[in-house]
Design a protein around this ligand. Structure first.
Ligand SMILES: [Zn+2]
Length: 130
């Protein structure tokens, strides 16, 4: 592993802080979701327009939530890799992931090259062909 013990320590601290922040964000989201029912969002007598606005808000919340959950899982996986000793190694090519990249994105699974390749492949597969 190319990371020095000091860098490793810094990244662990970063991951810990980010996990804390995400967890409190998710708790807040969950509390808000409980407090605001679909009916309240749509108003007392929802017509089709109001209902679709409420559905849109619910969808946005869902997207936020799944992004946070995704990041949370990524960071927990990163913590697992630190324990295993495989942290900081690209999952695709096995090269070291640069410390600067890990500091910006502690849950990074791949080096920048493999990540952009992965995203290109993923984006191309997810987009309908015109
Ligand atoms: Zn790679």
């Amino acid at each position: 592993m190319a990371l020095t013990p000091r860098q490793n320590e810094e990244l662990q601290r970063l991951i810990g802080n980010r996990l804390q922040a995400l967890l409190s964000e998710l708790r807040r989201d969950a509390a808000r979701a409980r407090g605001e029912s679909f009916r309240e969002l749509a108003g007392p007598a929802p017509d089709a327009g109001d209902a679709s606005v409420a559905a849109l808000i619910a969808d946005l919340d869902q997207a936020d939530l799944s992004r946070d959950l995704g990041e949370l899982r990524g960071l927990e996986a990163a913590r697992g890799r630190i324990t295993e000793g495989s942290y900081g190694t690209c999952a695709d090519c096995g090269e070291d992931i640069r410390f600067e990249r890990l500091r910006a994105e502690p849950g990074a699974l791949r080096c920048i090259r493999c990540q952009s390749l992965h995203e290109k492949t993923f984006a191309a597969a997810g987009r309908p062909k015109l």
